[in-house]
Design a protein around this ligand. Structure first.
Ligand SMILES: *Cc1c(COP(=O)(O)O)cnc(C)c1O
Length: 440
């Protein structure tokens, strides 16, 4: 095998793959430079085609919550592979995975497995529109729900990274059925429902937004924003879809609902539909949507809402998901929480010492760093950070062997493999990178 550098691979990739990547943020477009082409990963460490090693803070954007190439997960996938890669017929792992999700998340009475978070939100919207006989969907600026046509307006994630208002190729009629409101703005929600309540099929929100950086929902008068949305939607016969693709089984054992729902801090309330992805597949392509039995019962073949997938419920994917859940016990969440808190403190110390304006926000074990001083309550705030300082910081960290999300609008992902030793390596890199961020 001849050694091929990341630079060579990127040149070749750009000829045959648009921008050289299969998902936009990977192209390093907003930070510049050549993305390392990764060849292997183990635990919290990544290795690239140039022979370099990095401490990983991306975790494949969430799924690798037990670290890379976790022995139990890899063994489970190997065993499953020996029994057949795909059947296109029911298989036992689907049942066990669905039961596992339902046992953790109280509002999930039934769920269907799909192949991505995008498919999950797209399908949940279809169910909500069928159930209500209405067209309009309400979403919040800075929330990302995958690349579903109707949900790309003012979205987070890569859409935020590249400062895009939405996406070309989405028809005017699709965009017309989507109303975008500022995140957390209760008056705007109330006013919209007063005016158009009878047209609204659903409100969709990230349970705790984490694709514009982490922006936890706020309480007012003891009522959390999600519960407020549920009550407001229901008063007009609309549904609430809570997107936990990112927060699910990461923010806590029961996702953000475990923090925000009746077992957490708020009185009885529940989303009508919920979506999952990322952690639930442990690194293989899995998403899920589920919720109230009467709504899920609308799906074909029993009901009129068509939804299907050649590879849905794939046996390798369910094996990876189940092995990941098996590792996600209470001890795992306390390890994750401790790693997350330690890292937040290390960043705060380094930035304070170097004089870098920053605010760190968290939702359970999930957190992100904003390059500005004031708290971020919505998308306008998130956009008003010093992305140039982030870029300097990002490259200094990469140079020092720490692989951060290549965007100021993303959460930093730790895993149970982020041991003290690994965190020490980040601690060594931080002071120099903070200095680089400070030097304009
Ligand atoms: C990642 C994400 C999605 C999309 O999931 P994909 O598997 O990338 O399609 C949807 N919603 C949220 C909140 C996400 O973070």
């Amino acid at each position: 095998m001849t050694t091929t550098s990341s630079a060579d691979l990127f040149t070749r990739a750009q000829k045959v793959i648009p921008s050289g990547v299969n998902s936009p943020v990977r192209a390093f477009g907003s930070v510049g430079g050549t993305p390392p082409f990764l060849t292997s990963a183990k635990g919290a460490l990544l290795h690239d085609a140039d022979g370099r090693e990095y401490v990983d803070l991306v975790g494949s954007w969430g799924p690798m919550i037990l670290g890379h190439a976790n022995d139990q997960v890899v063994d489970a996938v190997r065993e499953a592979a020996g029994r057949g890669l795909s059947f296109g017929a029911p298989q036992p792992g689907e049942v066990t995975l669905a039961e596992e999700v339902a046992s953790r998340i109280a509002p999930i009475e039934q769920l269907r497995l799909v192949n991505s978070g995008t498919e999950a939100t797209m399908s949940a919207l279809r169910v909500a529109r069928a159930a209500t006989g209405r067209d309009v969907v309400v979403k919040f600026a800075g929330c990302y729900h995958g690349h579903v046509d109707a949900l790309l307006a003012e979205a987070g994630s890569g859409v935020a990274t590249f400062a895009m208002p939405g996406s070309a190729g989405v028809t005017a009629s699709t965009a017309r059925d989507t109303v975008v409101l500022p995140y957390g703005d209760r008056d705007a929600v109330t006013a919209l429902f007063a005016e158009r309540g009878g047209e609204i099929a659903a409100v969709i929100t990230e349970a705790a937004p984490a694709n514009m950086g982490v922006v936890p929902p706020r309480e007012e008068g003891g009522v959390g924003f999600n519960r407020f949305l549920s009550e407001t939607a229901h008063a007009s016969g609309a549904l609430l879809i809570s997107d936990e693709v990112l927060t699910g089984f990461r923010a806590s054992r029961e996702g953000y609902y475990g923090i925000d729902g009746p077992t957490g801090t708020h009185d009885a309330w529940a989303p009508d539909l919920m979506t999952f992805g990322k952690v639930i597949g442990g690194g293989l392509p899995v998403g899920a949507f589920g919720g109230r039995r009467d709504l899920m019962g609308l799906l074909a073949p029993a009901g009129p809402v068509y939804q299907a997938g050649t590879l849905s419920g794939n046996p390798l994917a369910t094996a990876a998901g189940l092995a990941t859940f098996a590792g996600l016990d209470d001890a795992a969440y306390s390890t994750l929480g401790a790693a997350s808190r330690t890292l937040q403190q290390l960043v705060a110390d380094a930035f304070t010492t170097a004089g870098v304006p920053h605010v760190i926000q968290s939702a359970g074990t999930l957190f992100s760093v904003f390059f500005r001083e004031e708290p971020v309550v919505g998308y306008e705030d998130a956009k008003a950070q010093d992305t140039a300082a982030f870029t300097r910081f990002f490259h200094a960290m990469l140079e020092a062997g720490v692989y951060l999300p290549p965007s100021a609008f993303e959460a930093w992902f730790v895993s149970t493999a982020h041991t003290e030793e690994v965190l020490d390596r980040i601690a060594e890199a931080l002071p120099g990178a903070a200095k680089a961020a400070a030097a304009a």
